[in-house]
Design a protein around this ligand. Structure first.
Ligand SMILES: *Cc1c(COP(=O)(O)O)cnc(C)c1O
Ligand SMILES: [Zn+2]
Length: 403
């Protein structure tokens, strides 16, 4: 059994109410009757997938699934050595069906939409949410409407939204404008809103925590580092770890550590300034388009996750992001989009600052796949070497100093 509850005034709502924020304006979360959930490590044996943890998911019907989750947790010794730590892991969420962690939220969110009898699903997106919604809408046979900031969405993501048949609207404005519009649209038309303000979506995403603990032999790492945009994922992962602890499956909760781009960093600023209030960034800008968000909807939850867990938040420059992306690709063979690389850039910076200690066991979450944003890759990598089709030319090129 579960219900929805406001994190501010603790007002309760029935699980089948279509509501995204409390009447007081507070964010909502799904709360279970934990005393009635008897789950052991043994119950959780078997191959990884989102739906393996069904006992902790708020769904009562057959899921709309494309076999999401079960992403690799790589031990990244070369990155560890490069930043000066002993034990670093990369949870590569780019290995989900559409190439980002958004699939974990959408398999649960779109299943919930069917359960609630909703006829159309909708979202605003910096790209990956739209790709995922288009795919799960297609799988469920439900029309999807997506609102994107014009000219600021990586091509791979746009291609997915288009090919999987969503109605794709390109808004002359940024993500924050698109989110405001889609919330209004959903209220007026009765469409089901699947942005991360929807507490059911975050329930799917908390399985990242379940899998990390599962893959480490039911132990929590000391710290989880991840990019923060709308700040849903950091709160979802924190909730996942807290639930495992509550059920006695793990003993500790990792320090939640959020990384933002310098040009879009209201959560990191609030942590640095030790304030409750978020100062929105009117003109967010960064090469990491997935986190190009100026007014994070889940900021209040994220600040709680970071502070309660003893974590922190930091900013990184676009240069640092690109360097980390190249490092991850060349040192570990892990291809990620720019936003995802900010976790590695942030890891390096926090080690240099002495905030992350040498003997910490750290998991960095890489949120999306390299191929999502190949335009960016072509802009930052050397061009292919074009030559004549002769063996002389090939040999000359192979042994030249050009990269
Ligand atoms: C959505 C997304 C993020 C940001 O996640 P939030 O929950 O909005 O903080 C980071 N990286 C990638 C690749 C994403 O798609
Ligand atoms: Zn409330």
């Amino acid at each position: 059994m579960y219900h929805i509850e406001c994190i501010e005034c603790r007002r309760k709502y029935q699980a089948d109410e279509v509501i995204y924020t409390c009447t007081c304006g507070g964010l909502l979360e799904v709360v279970y009757d934990y005393s009635n959930i008897h789950l052991t490590k043994k119950d959780l044996s078997g191959p990884l997938s989102v739906w393996k943890y069904r006992a902790l998911l708020p769904v009562g019907r057959e899921p709309v699934t494309l076999k999401e989750g079960g992403t690799p947790l790589y031990r990244a010794d070369r990155i560890a050595e490069s930043v000066g730590l002993r034990e670093v892991y990369v949870k590569h969420e780019g290995m989900n069906p559409t190439g980002s962690f958004k699939d974990r939220g959408m398999t649960v969110g779109v299943t919930k939409a069917l359960e609630l009898g909703m006829k159309t699903v909708a979202c605003a997106s910096t790209g990956n949410t739209s790709a995922s919604l288009a795919v799960y809408g297609a799988k469920a046979g439900v029309p999807a409407v997506v609102l994107l900031p014009s000219g600021k969405v990586a091509l791979g993501k746009l291609a997915q939204a288009l090919m999987h048949g969503a109605k794709v609207l390109s808004i002359r404005g940024n993500f924050d404008d698109a989110l405001k519009l889609v919330r209004d649209l959903c209220d007026r038309e009765g469409f089901y809103l699947l942005n991360s303000v929807n507490p059911y979506r975050l329930e799917g995403q908390k399985t990242i925590a379940f899998e990390i603990a599962d893959q480490l032999g039911w132990e929590a790492p000391d710290r989880v580092v991840l990019p923060v945009g709308n700040a849903g994922n950091i709160t979802a992962i924190y909730k996942g770890f807290k639930e495992l602890k509550r059920l006695g499956i793990i003993n500790s909760v990792p320090k939640m550590t959020g990384i933002q781009a310098e040009g879009a960093s209201p959560v990191a600023q609030a942590i640095k300034n030790n304030t409750e209030a978020i100062t929105p960034e009117a003109r967010p800008e960064t090469v990491a388009t997935a986190i190009r968000i100026g007014n994070p909807v889940n900021a209040v939850k994220a600040l709680i996750a970071i502070r309660e867990s003893g974590g922190t938040a930091e900013t990184v420059s676009d240069e640092e992001i690109i360097k980390a992306q190249q490092e991850l690709a060349s040192l570990e063979g892990i291809g990620v989009e720019p936003a995802s690389a900010s976790s590695i850039a942030g890891l390096r910076k926090l080690v240099e600052m002495g905030i992350i200690e040498k003997d910490e066991r750290v998991v960095c979450v890489t949120t999306g796949h390299l191929l999502k944003d190949s335009e960016h890759v072509l802009a930052v990598c050397p061009k292919p070497i074009e030559i004549d089709a002769t063996i002389e030319a090939v040999r000359k090129a192979v042994f030249s100093d050009q990269p």
